[in-house]
Design a protein around this ligand. Sequence first.
Ligand code: FES
Length: 153
Amino acid sequence: MQKLKEILKAHPGKREDIIPLLQDIQEEYGYLPENVLRELSKSTRVSEGQIYGIATFYAQFRFKPKGRKHVTVCTGTACHVKGSDQIIDTIKRHLKIEEGETTPDHEYSLEAVGCIGCCSLAPCAMINEKVISRIKPRQIKRLLPKKGHRVST
Ligand code: FES
């Protein structure tokens, strides 16, 4: 809870700063851990229900840790037109997770986002910081190999 204490120091006594506090917590922990939110509730005297109400309203907040490989699929207009829905569906079927989820082995997590700034190369996705341009559904198994599965190249 040392990290949380430092975050709270940056927003002393500001109950109305729940969103910046949640942003800082997510920045530090990678997501919003349940025990940290409980502590935040005690420190700010904002009920856990209110904190969850705020956090669930905004798509930016995560309640589960990201996978070692965080897969981000662009669903902006250019990528949507070029078939980003198919990419997401293929990844969901392949990894057996939904958007916002992480595989049980914590290897992969999946998120859909707005434009990532490479529209001329649509459809695009990212695996951590690496952009994959003109991605096709048939590439998914090779790009996201599962442990214990042999990958042919
Ligand atoms: S819409 Fe996908 S990169 Fe811009």
